[in-house]
Write a protein that binds this ligand. Structure first.
Ligand code: SF4
Length: 362
């Protein structure tokens, strides 16, 4: 990729930065459906989908979501179960729950019109500093720097900032710097340029320094510190969890329950589950919990599938068992939702449960 760098030799570093970045963006910007609009609702949906999700993965979800929920009103009046169904597979389901909640907030507190002021946008559930700044700058060209992981990385490397980016001190420092270098005439374009540059060029593991228009002035590159910037203060340890799922077939019926506690996958549905503190054999869990309600002389139980499912801070070691009843049993698992097996697709379930279903039927 050849970059045409304008002559910015005699200008302060901050001015050079914005000029080089915008020049790079003109030549390399990604064409994305939410880029050609100033509609705050559409921008909001795209930004929430893209949190923790790559553009390639989020694109189809975005298109399907805005087709089904084209405006705040439609989203607000839909049942949460359907919103979660449209989110299924994207992960981080609190994002979908918050979107739904915030749509109702907009209907109740702002007369159904997406707010324009930063502080009002920031007051919506699930919208933090970054998303509020992105919506303000993209939809209304207001001068707020949107600082996501890409911006932290690019700024840290270019300006040589060693403050660990997961600290409150860094938040203040980077916010001040980003707003200082922000092109106040083109804040939306500047923020998009920063995101694209960080996502496609100054990437975490293999930045394209050899062809970078910033290379000559970049602190990290000229001081051989590209691999060590940005810095983080702590390593987050993952927790191991052991899930034993039971898929029950009772003459065309099966069973689900809704996860309602403040844990992963809140408000999603799943097969009857026994969680253990460590890996457990079938014999160790038979007779526990809801399995007490099952008469094992009337059914067969087989281990079907095991999988390690990695989430951001948790490793789920899952075992799926299938329980097949020889004849229809009318009264089993009173605390679960009984449904036809063919209806599972109507319920939002985790990606882990979805993988099991795909294995079972393919
Ligand atoms: S020279 Fe390398 S580290 Fe510096 S901004 Fe460019 S891509 Fe990033």
């Amino acid at each position: 990729m050849k970059i045409n760098v304008k002559n910015v030799e005699n200008e302060p570093l901050e001015i050079c930065f914005a000029k080089i970045l915008l020049n790079w963006y003109e030549q390399n910007k990604r064409e994305l459906p939410w880029r050609n609009t100033t509609d705050a609702y559409t921008i909001w949906i795209s930004e929430i989908i893209l949190q923790q999700t790559r553009v390639e993965q989020g694109l189809d979800y975005f298109l399907r979501f805005v087709k089904r929920f084209p405006d705040v009103k439609t989203l607000a009046k839909t049942d949460e179960i359907e919103v979660l169904k449209y989110w299924q597979g994207l992960g981080y389901y609190s994002r979908a729950r918050n979107l739904h909640f915030a749509a109702k907030q907009i209907m109740n507190d702002f007369g159904g019109k997406f707010p324009e002021e930063y502080k009002n946008i920031r007051s919506l559930k699930g919208i933090g500093d970054y998303t509020a700044a992105a919506i303000c700058s993209f939809a209304h060209n207001k001068p707020y720097a949107a600082i996501d992981g890409n911006a932290y990385r690019v700024l840290s490397r270019f300006f040589g900032i060693c403050t660990p980016i997961d600290t409150p001190k860094a938040k203040k420092e980077f916010t001040e710097l980003a707003n200082f270098v922000l092109d106040k005439k083109h804040p939306g374009k500047f923020n998009q340029a920063m995101m694209d540059f960080g996502a496609t060029f100054c990437t975490p593991a293999s930045p394209n320094c050899n062809e970078c228009p910033f290379a000559e002035k970049c602190f990290a590159y000229t001081n051989n510190k590209v691999d060590s910037l940005p810095q983080k203060s702590k390593k987050i340890n993952s927790k191991n969890r052991y899930f034993n799922y039971f898929y029950i077939r009772n003459n065309g019926k099966t069973y689900l329950h809704k996860r309602t506690s403040n844990d992963i996958w809140k408000n999603l549905y799943e097969f009857p589950l026994i969680e253990t503190k460590s890996e457990a054999s079938l014999n160790e869990i038979l007779g526990k919990d809801f399995l007490k309600e099952i008469d094992f002389s009337k059914c067969r139980i087989t281990e079907s599938f095991t999988k390690k499912h990695v989430l951001t801070h948790q490793n789920i070691f899952a075992k799926f068992y299938i329980i097949d009843f020889f004849e229809h049993e009318s009264k089993i698992l009173s605390n679960f939702i009984e449904l036809n097996e063919s209806e599972i697709g109507d319920y939002p379930i985790s990606r882990l449960s979805e993988i099991f279903i795909e294995k079972l039927y393919n």
